[in-house]
Design a protein around this ligand. Structure first.
Ligand code: AMP
Ligand code: MG
Length: 343
């Protein structure tokens, strides 16, 4: 079972590595747009122009999990393996597929789910506890109300927000471990795994690659990246971009690491010159408004990087840095509005 291996991996790969710290110079911004949405992505550059020209890199991009998924590897077999695995996870966790387990759970309020979906739900609860409620997958109705689910953006009135806040809180989820049943104790509560699902999908894909003894691959799911092994003898180079400007502002060298960025420029709208972005503060029901522009997390696995970047974004610098200390080996870079004002 993939999720069992992942549980082991999660435990084993959290040891600090000396000399791992990477100083990040800036943050990253995608210029890609998907339908009406600006989607965060990490630019991968130099991929096809390695110093070692005799070996070829294979690359393909597919629209999956609501974003562009890009896979690069010197082993051609890697591409279908990654796409197939991400597709499989999408069928479990997607909020856009009405047949996914998450959609069926949201519709029914109670469902026996697969061990994998159950695992991701449990991990979500762990992050909710660790972040003191900042990471909360039950923001789903609020995400929808603000229009971030269907790209139909609006500022709702306070009354509507108040109503949905009453449905919010991971403590409204009952976990029946014996039979993998998830149940909501409040009618109308729903979950959205948008802040953790892509990280999990990447981790599953990496396990599949390793099973096939593929040791070099870069996977980018629009903001979550995993760099498996190295790129023809050098670490994978992933460029980062200024969140308020054009062009790369720095780059990361990665090997057997995941990087995730949560930013206020991934999905947002402007109303009366105010920016409203897709990460919701579960305490207020409003998009986070704490001066944070972007949080980048480098970790040993995708799930931690993904969930932690969202958690820190909500918590802000001080509490976010405190939280990150609980995850050994994690590198964190927070960019605030004041850091990018002159860009
Ligand atoms: P990410 O880009 O990984 O930071 O995830 C952001 C996505 O997670 C949003 O588009 C929502 O679907 C969902 N989300 C928004 N706010 C939260 C929150 N406070 N906790 C967990 N998930 C959230
Ligand atoms: Mg996330």
């Amino acid at each position: 079972m993939i999720y069992r291996e992942l549980q082991k991996w999660y435990k084993c790969h959290c040891e600090p590595r000396r000399g791992e710290a990477i100083s990040l110079k800036g943050l990253l911004r995608s210029l890609r747009s998907l339908a009406m949405t600006q989607v965060l992505t990490l630019f991968i550059f130099g991929l096809l122009f390695s110093g070692c020209q005799q070996k070829q890199l294979y690359k393909d991009t597919r629209l999956m999990m609501g974003t562009f998924v890009e896979v690069v590897s010197p082993d051609q077999r890697a591409l279908p393996i990654v796409f197939d695995e991400i597709k499989r996870i999408e069928k479990l966790l997607s909020k856009y597929d009405p047949q996914s387990e998450i959609s069926r759970l949201n519709a029914a309020g109670k469902l026996k789910v697969s061990p994998e979906t159950y695992y991701v739900m449990e991990k979500s609860r762990d992050f909710w506890e660790a972040s003191q409620g900042a990471f909360d997958i039950t923001v789903a109705p609020l995400v929808k109300l603000w229009g971030f689910r269907d790209k139909d953006y609006k500022v709702p009135d306070k009354k509507q927000i108040g109503k949905l806040l009453a449905l919010t809180g991971t403590d409204k989820i009952i976990f029946h471990k014996a039979d993998n049943v998830i149940e909501f104790n409040t009618s109308g509560t729903q979950v959205d795994l948008g802040a953790i699902g892509k990280g999990y999908a990447i981790d599953c894909a990496v396990i599949k690659l390793k099973e096939q003894r593929i040791s070099s691959c870069l996977i980018n799911t629009g903001g979550q990246v995993y760099a498996l092994g190295d790129k023809l003898g050098s670490p994978w180079k992933v460029a980062i971009q200024n969140p308020r400007g054009n062009g790369a502002s720095g780059s990361l060298l990665l090997k057997d690491q995941s990087v995730s960025t949560s930013g206020d420029y991934e999905q947002y709208f402007l109303k009366n010159k105010k920016r409203y972005s897709h990460i919701i503060d579960p305490k207020t029901g409003y998009p986070v408004d704490n001066g944070i522009v972007s949080v980048t997390v480098i970790a040993s696995n995708g799930l931690i990087a993904d969930a932690l970047s969202t958690s820190v974004f909500v918590l802000g610098r001080e509490k976010g840095e405190q939280l990150a200390k609980n995850y050994p080996g994690v590198t964190l870079k927070i960019t605030e509005e004041k850091d990018v004002q002159n860009n």
